[in-house]
Design a protein around this ligand. Structure first.
Ligand code: GDP
Length: 478
């Protein structure tokens, strides 16, 4: 039993436009002549206060399947967005340069790459986007603001230096975000390079090469000598294929601001990666507390473009004020709506600043458990020495009970740093220091982001606090 939206409108005296708009709320983009089945029609009419008589019941599963099929019809593949991470001096910048140089220059001799925060390269006719700011801090800062744009992480590990503290940070930041990792073992040109050792070391962190039965892809490269770059790009495309990255190209655009600045001549300028839909010149846009109208757009080669499809980075001119990196960009119907949404967001931000209670804290944990708001407690743990780190991890994880699973999303040796706080903010985690304290930047950021930091000198006290927190018996800490 099927009916077109037009017929349904005629029968019920509801304007078809209204029906179509409601369907968009359901995630379905359909035109007036599209067929919908009885179940869908019934659900739709219910939204307008009608109870349609039932003639034929379709099972819920069937309906869900249908809705999926209908909305999948608009999905098309999109290019992957990649972030390069790794320890300082392991060659992230050099690798990005090598990739851009071999790929961008090859296509357009003399073409100058504009700095718009991301680079678009091509390999075998396929596009890959690289975020220009390497490192897990930038990656997690975006996530802390609620935006994630990265599909694949390339982890650079220098073959002469091996796994270092920021290598581990990068792995845990990528894992917390659920983003797959490809390992680029760099500097293989060096006489003391030992790529096998790097592989060995990384198995400890769950990155196991395929030849050893795992599913992590390793590529040996020399960023400086431009060796292995093509293979790395091929592997990126392979992983992207497996992820089946898709987006709806037809809906109103939604994207993420990856960079923004005030340009003397052009006013506020924002780099955007569209995640869904197509952004067009003339669109009315909102991002955080600001709004505007797309006056002009430029691609990563500085060329004027009229539209931006999913994953493709563009520079957008036309915001009233400079948005903030990590803000979500949305296209809305008119200026009035845009202004209202931006105002509302500004108010929300103000309110947020007034609230001082942490996102998640040990004190509030039990309340949240009771309300069913918390099923998992994420913990970041920093310790003074390796030995105690391992002991702590085991002891803490044993505290999980029927109601709450404790997960250690990152453990490291050394002071609590900004990167730890960012990760805590992005993953809603509590930070625990064992015989270490936060450095001053971390302390400031923690205050801003409302992150609960607790420091201990005795394992037993930490475990006792955790257990009390889970039972709601923790004394507040002043
Ligand atoms: P980043 O801090 O991770 O961005 O590292 P850089 O890209 O700045 O590289 C750090 C240093 O390592 C620089 O002096 C590079 O020239 C050098 N380097 C990078 N890649 C290679 C490589 O493949 N082989 C050699 N021998 N040196 C490299």
């Amino acid at each position: 039993e099927k009916i077109t939206i037009k017929e349904l409108g005629q029968k019920t005296n509801i304007e078809p436009v209204k029906l179509i708009k409601k369907l968009i709320d359901f995630g379905l983009m359909l035109n007036i002549n599209a067929d919908i089945n009885f179940e869908s029609a019934k659900r739709l009419l219910k939204e307008f206060g009608f109870e349609a008589e039932k003639e034929e019941e379709e099972s819920k599963e069937k309906l869900v399947k249908k809705i999926k099929e209908e909305s999948a019809g608009n999905l098309k593949p999109r290019p992957p967005v990649v972030t390069v991470m790794g320890h300082v001096d392991h060659g992230k910048t050099t690798l990005l340069d090598a990739i851009r140089e071999t790929r961008v220059a090859a296509q357009e001799a003399g073409g100058i790459t504009q700095h718009i925060g991301a680079s678009q390269i091509e390999k075998d006719g396929k596009i890959i986007i690289f975020l220009d700011t390497p490192g897990h801090e930038a990656f997690t800062a975006l996530r802390a603001r609620g935006a994630s744009v990265t599909d694949i992480v390339v982890l650079v590990v220098a073959a002469d230096d091996g796994v270092m503290p920021q290598t581990i940070e990068a792995i845990n930041h990528a894992k917390a975000a659920g983003v797959p990792i490809i390992v680029a073992v760099n500097k293989i040109d060096k006489p003391d390079a030992n790529p096998e050792k790097v592989k060995q070391q990384l198995t400890e962190y769950g990155l196991i090469p395929e030849e050893w039965g795992g599913d992590t892809i390793f590529v040996n490269v020399s960023a400086r000598n431009r060796i292995g770059i093509d293979q790395l790009l091929e592997m990126i495309l392979l992983v992207a294929d497996m992820q089946e990255l898709k987006a709806d190209y037809d809906s109103p655009a939604v994207g993420v601001i990856i960079e923004a600045k005030l340009d003397k001549g052009r006013g506020p300028v924002a780099s955007v990666i569209v995640q869904k839909g197509t952004l067009k010149v003339g669109d009315i846009i909102v991002a955080g507390g600001t709004w505007g109208k797309v006056r002009a757009m430029f691609d990563s080669r500085g060329k004027i473009v009229k539209e931006a499809t999913p994953s493709i980075p563009v520079e957008v001119i036309g915001f009233e004020e400079v948005p903030v990196a990590g803000d979500i960009l949305k296209v809305v119907v008119d200026e009035k709506t845009a202004r209202e949404m931006a105002e509302k967001e500004k108010e929300l931000l103000k309110e947020k600043e007034d609230i001082t209670s942490p996102k998640v804290s040990l004190e509030k944990l039990f309340d949240k458990i009771k309300k069913g708001e918390v099923k998992e407690l994420n913990i970041i743990i920093k310790a003074d020495v390796h030995g105690s780190l391992e002991a702590l991890k085991q002891a803490i994880e044993k505290c999980s009970n029927d109601q709450v699973v404790i997960r250690i999303i990152h453990g490291g040796v050394g002071a609590i740093n900004e990167s730890d706080i960012l990760l805590a903010s992005a993953s809603n985690a509590v930070v625990i220091g064992f015989n270490v304290r936060p450095d001053s930047n971390a302390r400031k950021l923690a205050e801003k982001e409302n992150i609960d930091i607790r420091t201990y000198r005795i394992i037993y006290e930490l475990i006792e606090d955790l257990q009390s927190a889970m039972k709601g018996l923790l004394e507040p800490e002043y």
